[in-house]
Design a binder for this molecule. Structure first.
Ligand code: PLP
Length: 361
């Protein structure tokens, strides 16, 4: 029986060729290939400035630091996200303030965001969970009215849009991740996009020992080392050429899952506008995801449970009511989602899900 993974990276001959080219040049740290990768991202998104860094956690951290946010400042983040989002706020020295989500998008509830704003609030981090987004127009308006910065955590939304405009390009800064399970990967990696020259330059200084010009001895600010490598960039350059295809494939896969599971009332899908959204993971809502996951595992099909609500994890345990975040955690399941999956593998997953529910009735 062939195991169907929930997710797997897809590295091919093109990546091999590009990596070999860089390797043979003898220069492997961040240089020309990284600039090429950044240019490809900039062209794809239609943004002015792109800065790639070690990963999608430090990208968020650097963005917060570049905004001048730190000790004593509050940053609003959703209670349902990958734990890197609030952790990056902590790493920057600021305080994450959790808000509940809405069930339709699994993204932050803007009414809750408004309620959470205090004198100490400096920024909002909307997370485009699985490529869906909150009402970005309303969010940007809210931020403007309260003089807050918006840092988009678009780690799961590379290539996704809100009303025709790429996610990551609404806020002052957008952050992406290229970790292994993301839609394209460089093993580890992150990208920061912005239209602000000031923020861009600050973020470059933060990632390279406080200097703007690589190799110079002029350290104008405190900066660290969150640089990339050209070996990773080589993989990224090849992956960028596959991005558009993968975005379309994710949409096709989602449609196929939806059609094949249409007659299964126990399984529901979130409202998803496939013109804008290419769901990176196939997410379904069921009553007892752990039981379904255990059954599928026996059948050689791997799934992934949704993230825990942040406020239930040990470091963040505290007061507050987050009913929708808890609902998502208790009912969500990510089905096999690799863009390498064939249609027949997807149909096998759906057949097993049907078999599971018909067995129980
Ligand atoms: C993956 C992810 C991150 C973290 O990115 P890394 O590159 O793994 O550090 C942050 N936020 C969200 C929403 C993510 O999915």
């Amino acid at each position: 029986m062939k195991i169907i993974p929930q997710m797997e990276p897809w590295i091919g001959k093109e990546e091999e060729r590009e990596v070999l080219k860089v390797l043979r040049s003898g220069w492997i740290t961040e240089a020309a290939e990284t600039r090429l990768f950044e240019r490809k991202i900039a062209d794809f998104l239609g943004v002015t400035y792109v800065n790639v860094v070690s990963n999608g956690t430090v990208s968020l951290t650097i963005a917060i630091l570049a905004m001048g946010i730190g000790k004593g400042d509050e940053v609003i983040v959703p209670d349902f996200t990958m734990v890197a989002t609030p952790n990056a706020v902590i790493l920057a020295g600021a305080t994450p303030v959790l808000v509940d989500i809405v069930r339709d998008t699994l993204c932050m509830d803007l009414n809750q965001v408004e309620r959470a704003i205090t004198k100490k609030t400096k920024a909002i981090i909307p997370v485009a969970l699985n490529g869906r987004a909150p009402d970005m127009e309303k969010l940007m308006g809210l931020a403007k009215a309260h003089n807050l910065e918006v840092l988009e955590d678009a780690a799961q939304a590379f290539g996704c849009k809100w009303q025709g405009k790429y996610l990551g390009t609404f806020g002052e800064i957008g952050s992406f991740s290229f970790s292994t399970p993301k839609i394209i990967t460089t093993g580890q990696g992150g990208a920061l996009v912005t239209e602000s020259k000031r923020y861009h330059e600050r973020m470059i200084r933060l990632k390279d020992f406080g200097r703007l010009v690589r190799g110079s001895q002029s350290h104008d600010e405190i900066g660290y080392n969150f640089k990339f490598t050209d070996l990773q960039a080589a993989i990224g350059v090849a992956q960028m050429d596959k991005l558009s295809w993968r975005i379309e494939r994710k949409k096709e896969m989602y449609r196929l899952y939806q059609q094949a599971l249409a007659g299964v009332p126990e399984v529901s899908f979130l409202p998803t506008h496939l013109d804008d959204v290419s769901p990176w993971f196939i997410d379904v809502i069921v009553s007892e995801p752990k039981k379904l996951a255990a059954y599928l595992k026996e059948k050689g099909i791997e799934t992934r449970e949704f993230y825990p609500s942040i406020h239930t994890t040990k470091p963040y345990r505290g007061v507050g009511r987050f009913p929708n975040s808890l609902w998502a955690t208790q009912h969500g399941l990510w089905l096999p989602s690799s863009s390498r999956l064939t249609d027949s593998a997807i149909l096998r997953v759906c057949r097993e899900i049907k078999a599971y529910y018909s067995r129980r009735t």
